[in-house]
Design a protein around this ligand. Structure first.
Ligand code: G6P
Ligand code: MG
Length: 220
């Protein structure tokens, strides 16, 4: 039986991609090149330092480790300022309803995010009370597609991988779920997230009944 849901944060529960985008774009501008919305797609689910490497490759820049740390820090300071202005209106459609339904039916809920700012985002949007466990970029060593973040989440809520379902908007996240031996629901387009057991355009209207139907599919 399915006993837990593990949620990615950015792009699944809240729309923070737009803030990451503005902050990275400003950094690129300061470095003298343009960073487009299309470029930003490549940073979905990618850790902060790996995102910076992608950005610098777009600008054709090679910097020292020390310079890179300074730039990542400066991008993050700006990003933190944006998210400090977030509130519940930025929760994505259907997310709150699903979290409430899971809670009322006794299904465990955990966060599995690469972000080191996850706690602050959950607090500002009022989502913290819905979680039984929070695993974020401060608790993990390996980034998705490594399964670490989801294996830890399942462990923290006391369920086996085959009893957990992962919700993800990034291809690397679906791959991480698969490697963890967990079923997955992709939020986005089927072209990109075809490896998921089910792909939805958003969480809107997704019910616990539909979740339970995933039990009939074999765990990866
Ligand atoms: C998520 C987002 C990425 C972001 C990463 C790290 O995976 O999708 O775009 O780079 O978290 O976020 P952080 O808040 O630690 O910089
Ligand atoms: Mg995401």
């Amino acid at each position: 039986p399915i006993k837990a849901c593990l949620f990615d944060l950015d792009g699944v529960l809240v729309d923070t991609a737009k803030y990451h985008y503005i902050a990275w774009r400003q950094l690129a501008q300061e470095l003298g090149f343009t960073f487009t919305e299309e470029d930003n797609e490549r940073l979905k689910g990618v850790s902060r330092m790996a995102s910076l490497d992608i950005l610098l490759s777009i600008g054709g820049l090679e910097l020292t480790e020390e310079e890179k740390l300074r730039l990542a820090e400066s991008k993050n300071e700006r990003y933190v300022e944006y998210i400090s202005g977030m509130d519940a209106s930025e929760i994505l459609p259907g997310a709150l309803e699903l979290l409430q339904a899971l809670r009322s039916q006794g299904i465990k809920v955990a966060l599995g995010s690469a972000s080191k700012n996850a706690m602050s985002i959950l607090d500002h949007t009022g989502l913290t009370p819905y979680f039984d466990a929070i695993v974020d970029g401060n608790k993990t060593v390996s980034a998705k597609p490594d399964p670490e973040v989801f294996l830890l989440g399942a462990k923290e809520v006391g369920v086996l991988p085959e009893e957990a379902v992962v919700f993800e908007d990034a291809e690397a996240g679906i791959e991480a779920a698969r490697r963890a031996g967990m079923r997955s629901v992709g939020i986005g387009s089927a072209d990109q997230l075809g490896q998921a057991d089910l792909v939805l355009s958003s969480l809107s209207g997704f019910s616990v009944k539909q979740l339970k139907e995933l039990e009939h599919l074999p765990a990866p």
